[in-house]
Design a protein around this ligand. Structure first.
Ligand code: FMN
Length: 357
């Protein structure tokens, strides 16, 4: 029986174990959107996980939604990420950069051009967002023209190329959590009447075009995607057709031979089993808030090839070692999740730190 500690081959890479660090926005990028040496230290500390998936990283100016998130489209971004990937590789780790276009989940004050976000349709998410001056309502986004949708696909392609230049082992398209890709999927956010709206095939088109373009650009073995079927958050409602949409989308993505599919699972076990059978490649499964005793259960059951963990890895740089030793875990401090300095970022103690000298 496979456990989380067994090595695995994933898309031509040898991973030390089957634990992945889930992508986590930490809002500590420099003003130009490049990650700092502190970020390199943070990821290198966690390189004991088989695979690191980076925080959501915007592919373009328009893709930014939150404060101080990193980008991967300028030379400065590439130089900053190169320090991160070098530091992770030096520790024997592997890293995919998550490409996150926030779409309508964006506040103008947080973005380089101080403009409202872009989206399939001009429908506000009905949510607030943290800015430099505190929480503010998110304004209505600008609807993308058909030509602009095609340009956005090219922005993803360009960012993927730049991620590889920066030494990333691959990229994960953020198709989950109510951001741009999922906004296209959901009729509540997408009322378009061109080829990117309406039918299931049309709403799935943007996700498939982004994945296809990136796979062409950097290779399918370096291209992955994250989905959160059935998520209901910030005005996202996939409606009754939701399960059918995901069956179609996953079957189409399966044809591309991507590195992996990363599912943030929200409870529909029957749908998860169906998607698993439609997906012939590697599956990374994230079950939010999964208790420690359940770690490894999906791998043992043969449902997933890897399991990803967020908060526990954030708070435990030596997560794998602690699991192996059955040692206690540090608690994550929510107050330092987003923004700030090394506090709550690179200063979580390892077991070794805690040992008396
Ligand atoms: C601080 C924080 C930031 C997050 N940022 C992202 C992100 O940038 N991209 C993403 O796909 N998910 C993001 N997530 C969701 C996590 O990847 C993960 O799905 C979630 O934390 C549930 O897993 P867990 O219970 O193991 O933490 C974030 C979660 C946390 C706690």
């Amino acid at each position: 029986m496979n456990t989380v500690f067994h090595p695995i081959r994933l898309a031509g890479l040898s991973l030390q174990n089957r634990l992945a660090m889930a992508p986590m926005t930490r809002s500590r990028a420099r003003p130009d959107g490049s990650p700092s040496p502190l970020t390199a230290c943070y990821y290198a500390q966690r390189a004991g996980l088989g695979l690191i998936i980076s925080e959501g990283t915007q592919p373009s100016d328009e893709g930014q939604g939150y404060l101080a998130t990193p980008g991967i489209y300028t030379d400065a971004h590439v130089a900053g990420w190169k320090q991160v990937t070098d530091a992770v590789h030096a520790q024997g780790g592997r890293i995919f950069i998550q490409l996150m276009h926030a779409g309508r989940m964006s506040h103008p004050d947080n973005t380089p051009r101080r403009e409202p976000g872009v989206a399939p349709s001009a429908i506000a998410p009905g949510a607030g967002m943290f800015t430099a001056t505190g929480m503010q309502p998110i304004p209505s986004p600008r609807a993308l023209s058909t030509e602009q949708v095609r340009q956005t696909v090219q922005d993803f392609r360009h960012a993927a190329r730049r991620a590889i230049e920066a030494g990333a082992d691959g990229v994960e398209i953020h198709g989950a959590n109510a951001y741009l890709v999922q906004q296209f999927l959901a009729p509540s956010a997408n009322t378009r009447d061109d080829e990117y709206g309406g039918s299931i095939a049309n709403r799935a088109r943007f996700a498939i075009e982004v994945a296809t373009a990136i796979a062409e650009e950097i290779g399918p073995d370096k291209t992955a995607i994250r989905l959160s079927p059935g998520l209901s958050l910030w005005g996202i409602d996939e409606g009754e057709q939701g399960p059918e949409l995901y069956r179609y989308l996953v079957a189409e993505l399966n044809k591309l031979g991507l590195a992996y599919l990363h599912i943030m699972h929200l409870g529909d076990e029957a749908l998860l089993a169906e998607l698993r059978s439609l997906w012939q490649g590697a599956l990374i499964l994230n079950r939010p808030g999964r208790p420690r005793e359940q770690i490894g259960a999906d791998i043992a059951a043969g449902l997933a090839e890897l399991e990803s963990y967020g908060a526990m890895v954030l708070a435990n740089p030596d997560f794998v070692e602690r699991l192996k030793l059955n040692a206690p875990l540090n608690e994550a401090d929510k107050n330092s999740f987003y923004g700030g300095n090394e506090q709550g970022y690179t200063d979580y103690p390892t077991l070794r730190d805690a040992q008396p000298a």
